[in-house]
Design a binder for this molecule. Sequence first.
Ligand code: PEP
Length: 245
Amino acid sequence: MTNKYKYFVANWKMYGGLNTVNSLHRVIKFLKTFKKSKNIKIVYCPPSTLIRPMSKKLLNTTIQVGAQNCHESQNYGASTGYINSSMLKSVGAKYVILGHSENRQSGETDKLINLKIKSAINSGLKVIFCIGETLSQKKKKITKQILSKQIKSGLNKVKKRKNIIIAYEPVWSIGTGVIPKPDELFRTIDFIKKKVKNNKVLYGGSVNPKNIHQLKLINNINGFLVGGASQQSKKFIDIIKKTFI
Ligand code: PEP
């Protein structure tokens, strides 16, 4: 990859308790000796319950913390079970993942995601905006149409676009062990970059220490969103190291 920074975003999904936060000491230690540490940005997105303890653990490090979703309103309100973007900011989140396919699958629409993005940006969070086609959309050869629609609706009237990072996550690749073919991935990232112009574009979907050799060669990718493999510090460190070998 030829870009200045590489992002490594860890999406812990609904995993992790207070004791798991301690496992980060391995990553902190690794970064102290890693020669390329100035060229990487690491963002951990744990469940909301761990944002505060993780932010404390990562104080005085370059690793930042993000959330995995937020409510579309910036204000307090009668929304049982939800957390808004300013509440996340107040406990130490600097980023929030929005539009993740697992949330789209449980009913989040492009319009709702757009409202969430606006709210997060207004609260001063950076947004990791996930887009991606399902397997049936890929088979129908409508990937570009789907991505265009997700980008257009998701970013409709969004200000401070520089605070948006796109994560291309083909739904058929998440948690399946299957990754796109290199030339296909290069072309899709290129397509997205032409649509969004100046935003960084990450790839997410089954990134692991075994396939990173292949993925790192795709030189228009600005980094990786890692789910399953980010939950073990050793695997996550391996992915980072191997990106630079
Ligand atoms: C994700 O859920 O964002 C993700 C990339 O998951 P995995 O790496 O497990 O496929």
